[in-house]
Design a protein around this ligand. Structure first.
Ligand code: P6P
Length: 333
């Protein structure tokens, strides 16, 4: 039988010893994702679909499952003594560890249900998380303590609630994928050493925003759409858009591709749609560890110094040669 996730992590610790208790850290998150998978999978059967009738800090209407999954994640991580504080897409500010629980050395920021606008129409959604070390000497972390560049992440991953429930993780030594065996209730290693093909013929972008893109993105997508016809590329392209970043990134890890949610002028003051701390950074860490690239178009996402817990950034990530092409089109703009 394939290795389960705990066995893999213990063996990973032996291969690459660190003072980080990765097995313990991730155990909390794995339990949260199993519970989320149960709720997502039951959906209409247990009355968790539809709107919660509230808004989150992003001004987005919350689905019932946005709130439920956020509570599941907090409940799984706040008691164990691994974390010093939690931050979520669904919460305005940092969630402190309640006084009755011990605090740990780590910070976790997460999007408990990414792509939740898909949940009512039964399309794949996911959970994204990013783990940082709490700055030394800080016992009551604030938002400021989370504002560390993505290069400081010690672990990042996602759960994908699709036809199969999968977890994909990196701790800085490559990317590995695990599939949930519902009969056993464990994740088993099914996709070792995932790598992003350096070339692709598949791009993912919300094309309805075309008129709001900057010239380099207009040029790149125009060439992909033209394919081998004049003014296009040396090959034809296909397009995918699931509107669930976790599903797009997973597809890219498995068969290559380029995912773009670039800067656009659709809403003044928004530097992009995706959030740096709990979407762009963890996905960038995973993609880079798998041999891909992750850029804003003008710089490496993981080198950005965050300015806010819910800061948004442009995201261009995936197959190395295509991301490099898009970045080259941004040169000098
Ligand atoms: P649009 C989901 O809301 C999300 O944050 C990402 O998962 C996804 O890639 C993107 O937004 C979809 O955005 O504009 O297509 O709805």
């Amino acid at each position: 039988m394939a290795k389960n996730l705990v066995q893999f992590l213990i063996e990973e610790q032996r291969r690459n010893p660190t003072d980080d208790d990765l097995t313990g850290l991730l155990d909390d998150i794995v339990i949260a994702c199993k519970k989320i998978a149960y709720n997502v999978n039951k959906g209409g059967l247990i009355g968790v679909l539809g709107s919660a009738g509230s808004e989150n800090v992003q001004g987005e209407t919350q689905k019932k499952l946005d709130v439920i999954t956020n509570d599941i994640f907090i409940e799984a991580c706040e008691w164990s003594g691994h974390y010093a504080a939690l931050a979520s897409e669904e919460m305005d500010d940092v969630h402190p560890i309640p006084a009755q629980y011990p605090k740990g050395k780590y910070l976790v920021s997460f999007d408990p249900l990414d792509g939740s606008s898909n949940i009512d129409v039964n399309i794949s959604v996911g959970t994204i998380f990013s783990i940082l070390r709490c700055p030394k000497g800080v016992t009551t972390p604030t938002a400021e303590d989370f504002l560390q560049p993505g290069t400081r992440q010690i672990c990042a991953g996602y759960a994908l609630y699709g036809p199969a429930t999968m977890m994909v993780l990196t701790t800085g030594n490559g990317v590995n994928g695990f599939t949930l065996d519902n009969g056993v209730g464990e994740f088993f290693l099914t996709h070792p050493n995932m790598t992003v093909p350096v070339d692709t013929q598949e791009f993912a972008i919300n094309a309805s925003n075309q008129r709001f893109w900057e010239a380099p993105v207009q040029r790149y997508i125009d060439e992909c759409v033209k394919g081998k016809s004049p003014g296009g590329r040396e090959k034809n392209f296909n397009m995918r858009w699931v509107a669930s970043m976790v599903a797009e990134v997973h597809r890219i890890l498995v068969r290559g591709g380029i995912f773009m949610y670039p800067f656009d002028t659709k809403e003044a003051g928004k530097a992009g749609k995706l959030r740096l701390l709990y979407e762009a950074n963890p996905m960038s860490f995973i993609i880079e560890q798998a041999g891909g690239l992750a850029s804003t178009g003008r710089g490496r996402i993981m080198e950005l110094k965050p300015t806010g817990l819910h800061q948004r950034v442009p995201v261009i990530l995936g197959s190395k040669n295509e991301v490099e092409r898009v970045v080259s089109y941004h040169k000098g703009t």
